[in-house]
Structures are given as C-alpha cells and as structure tokens.
Write a protein that binds this ligand. Structure first.
Ligand SMILES: NC(=O)c1ccc[n+]([C@@H]2O[C@H](COP(=O)([O-])OP(=O)(O)OC[C@H]3O[C@@H](n4cnc5c(N)ncnc54)[C@H](OP(=O)(O)O)[C@@H]3O)[C@@H](O)[C@H]2O)c1
Length: 434
C-alpha cells in the first residue's frame, strides 16, 4: 500500500490540557524549531479539546485552539495525529477508535485504557497500519516501552521489574527515613500535591497494576489481562515492618514484577516487597521510578528517572509524536505493531514461590517458638532468620524470614498459627525478592 505523506506539514490534535497535555504542548512549542528539523517537516496544532475552555491553563495557548467538543478535533481533516491525554477508559477509548477509523495516528499516555482495552485498540491500529504509541503510559519520562519494542527487541526477556508508582515510593521513602506512619506521610503528600485527594489507585496498587500489565505484555509478547494481575497496595506497611526489614538488611518497596516461568506461564504481580539494600532498585527514592529488565543477551539493564509529572510525561508524549511524524513522512506507520503473539497464562499468586517476611505478636511464654516453627515445618517452610523482641510487658514481636516457598504454604501455615492461643495477631506478611 502506498502511504507516502504528501502534505507540507503534519497536523496534530490534542484531547486534554491538564498535567500531561500542558507538558506536551509546552515542549512542542518550546523546542519546535529543533523538533521540526528532526522530523524534516513543520508541525501544527489544530485543536485542543478540554472540558472547560475558560479554566486557567499552565501553558500559554492561543484560546482559539481550545474547544469543549472533542469530535471537532478528531474529525478535523487537517489532524494527522491525535494525542489522547484525558485519561480513563471511556470516552477516551471511543475517541481513539474514532480517530483510528478515520485513518489517524494515535499517541496516548493512558495506562488504564491501554491495560484494560489496549488489545482491541492495538488490533484496530494494526489492521489499518497506523501508529498507536503509548510511551507516557508507563513510568512517565522513562523510555521503557520504545526501548523494549526496539532496542531490546532481539532479546528473550525473562524479567521486568520496577518501582513504577511515584506516590507510593515517596510515601515509603519518607516512612523509611523518618519512621513516620503511612497516614501522616500520605496526608503530607496530599498537601504537597504528590498524592491525589483520592489516593486509592496509587496506594492500593491499581496504578502499578495497569503499568506492569502493559510492561509484561510487551516483555513476554503475550496478552495480559489486567484481571489476572495480583495487586496488593501498601496500606498494611507499618513503621515497624520498615525497621525490622532494615535490621535484616532489606528495604520495603512497592514493586511491579513480571517473570517468565517454565510451562508457558508468566508471573504478573504488584505488592510491597522486601528488597536487599544492595539491589539495583533499592536506591530509587522519593517520586523517582526505575525499571529493571533481564534479557537473554543483554543481561540486566536498568532505567531510572521521573515517573510522572508534566515535563517528564510530556517528554515521552512528544517523543512518540516525533517518531510517529517520521513514520508518517516515510510511509511507514504501523511498523511496530502489537507483538502479543504468545499465549501465556498468568501463574496464580498462591503458586508463586518467593521468600517471605512474617511479623506476629505472641505471648511471652515457654514453647511459643517451637509451636509456631512446628507449624511452619508441617507446611514445608524453612526458616532462614528470626528476630524476637519483647514489646509491651508479656507480649513479644516475632519476625521471621523464610526460604522460598509457595504463597499457599504460607497461607495454610498462618491460618493454623492464628488459631494458637499464644498468638495475639499475625501482623504482616510481605514477599521478598532478590
Ligand atoms: N499526571 C501524570 O503525571 C501522568 C503521568 C503518566 C501518565 N498520565 C496519564 O495521562 C493522562 C492525563 O493525565 P493528567 O494527569 O494530565 O490528567 P488531568 O490533569 O486531569 O487532565 C485531563 C485533561 O483532560 C480534559 N478532559 C477530561 N475529560 C475530558 C472529556 N471528556 N472531553 C474533553 N476533555 C476532557 C480535562 O479538561 P479540563 O482541564 O477542562 O478539566 C483536562 O484538561 C491519563 O491517562 C493519565 O493516566 C499522567
């Protein structure tokens, strides 16, 4: 099919002028001359759809470009590339489909839409040989998607693992540095604008779940349903867990983890994790993100940077726009289509084998340790290390570090342990990665 671009400039339409939209427009205007030289053609913004055209904006734009009618941007025949930067699944998905149906290229930063409905959208783009680029959807400014789809594409990837939610990393960093409680740090993060008024998506791990679903699908060339991703947030993490983990030589991070297993299975999970202090991801602090990829040829490769915000995410969106412009110009759009050609199944979390950290409060009495360790033994769980501290009078905190065992063995052991008279509570159970 002859697709060579015959216009003398490339038209861009944008849906959304919030955090990411402003960063995108600002960068396109600020570095316009250089960007156009890199593309080899001028670019022009034809319209920007928002909900409220009268709202003050973080970036100076010609008011005449603003509209509250997204269809006027999507349907504009001068628009060659539609940037969807409004978020959520609907109406974003419908707008993207409408643009693709009209033969337009699409750039988006929408992780929720890509994780929940990306497959259908990508199929439509591939069928029409159109670009659908979504670098901004994972880890903000970090170029992880383009890198996996292009530079690392020769590798068989065995693992992709990262700190992919800046809000929770900020909270855990502050808790680690100050011994503060999650509630106090969260409240402060909300005041500083690092956490949303409704922090559910971040704190309960859903945001990281969308991102690890997207990364795993690319890494393992397989469709990953977001419903199959095990997601556990950080609400259960206390200052005590952080301090016991430190005593054992670990730091607690919320990780997104994707692993290729034998028998065509993959692991895709998000949960708080004890990481050894010397682990490459362990020094990622505050709102920063990092992603570690293991490939059969490259070995370990790590990406680090700002995982959110106007400038960093705008950088990712503009990178995608630039790449799409080049593809348009040379008639090569749709070149890097969906690569989900394998059909892997996600291993149930109960079967996932890791090491484990367990904290409990017990009565300070004889034979307590033998009763508990007996139950661990009955479930084939090997103890690696233990800390015991008397906390208040007759009660003792016990922290266990366990060798590798499946989650279901720990679950069974903890159900039995909870029924012992000498056990006051099982306070936390956190997986450990190396
Ligand atoms: N914020 C980040 O750091 C970040 C990082 C990576 C990816 N992302 C993703 O980028 C996308 C945008 O996020 P954001 O933080 O920029 O959101 P935001 O600040 O809330 O901005 C959303 C923009 O979309 C407009 N909008 C919303 N619904 C609309 C509709 N139905 N029709 C027309 N315009 C509509 C809003 O208009 P008004 O301004 O008039 O309300 C606003 O300008 C999301 O998918 C998000 O997950 C965000």
């Amino acid at each position: 099919m002859e697709k060579r671009f015959t216009k003398d400039h490339i038209g861009i339409g944008i849906l959304g002028l919030g955090v990411v939209g402003s960063g995108t427009v600002d960068l396109l205007m600020r570095n316009r001359e250089e960007i156009e030289k890199k593309i080899g053609l001028p670019i022009r913004i034809y319209g920007i759809a928002v909900r409220n055209v009268n709202k003050p904006r973080a970036v100076k734009v010609d008011r005449a470009l603003l509209t509250d009618d997204p269809r006027s941007v999507i349907d504009n025949p001068d628009v060659d590339i539609l940037c969807e930067l409004i978020g959520g699944v609907e109406p974003a998905r419908s707008y993207v489909m409408q643009a693709l149906e009209q033969g337009k290229q699409v750039v988006t930063a929408n992780k929720e839409m890509m994780a929940k409905a990306g497959n259908g959208i990508m199929k439509e783009a591939a069928r029409r040989q159109l670009d659908l680029q979504f670098e901004g959807s994972v880890a903000g400014g970090i170029p992880i998607i383009q890198s996996m789809k292009n530079a690392l594409a020769g590798n068989r990837v065995t693992e992709v693992m990262g700190i992919i939610n800046g809000t929770t990393n900020y909270i855990l960093t502050r808790m680690t540095e100050e011994g503060a409680s999650l509630e106090d740090v969260l409240r402060e993060a909300q005041e500083l604008g690092y956490a949303e008024a409704d922090p559910t998506s971040d704190v309960d791990g859903f945001d990281a779940g969308y991102k690890i679903a997207i990364l795993s699908a690319i890494a393992f060339t397989s469709k990953v349903s977001v419903d199959d991703v095990y997601v556990e947030g950080i609400r259960s993490i206390s200052a005590s867990d952080i301090s016991y983990a430190a005593e054992l030589g670990y730091i607690i991070k919320l990780l997104g983890i994707g692993k290729r297993m034998p028998n065509n299975q993959i692991q895709v999970r998000v949960h708080p994790t004890l990481l050894p202090k010397h682990h490459p991801l362990a020094s990622t602090h505050d709102v920063y993100n990092s992603v570690l990829v293991k490939g059969d040829s490259i070995g370990d490769v790590m990406f680090y940077g700002r995982g959110a915000g106007s400038g960093p995410t705008g950088s990712a969106v503009v990178g995608d726009i630039l790449d799409t412009c080049r593809n348009l110009r040379f008639g090569s759009t749709g070149r890097v289509a969906c690569t989900c050609f394998e059909t892997s199944t996600v291993q149930p979390i109960e079967d996932v084998e890791t090491r484990h950290y367990i904290r409990m409060v017990v009565q300070d009495k004889p034979r307590v340790l033998s009763a508990i360790s007996g139950i661990f033994g009955d479930n084939d769980i090997n103890i690696e290390a233990m800390i015991q501290k008397t906390i208040y009078g007759k009660q003792t905190d016990i922290v266990w570090l366990m060798h590798e065992s499946p989650g279901k063995a720990i679950q069974a052991a903890l159900s039995a342990i909870k029924n012992l008279d000498i056990v006051v509570e099982v306070s936390n159970w956190i997986r450990v990665e190396e």
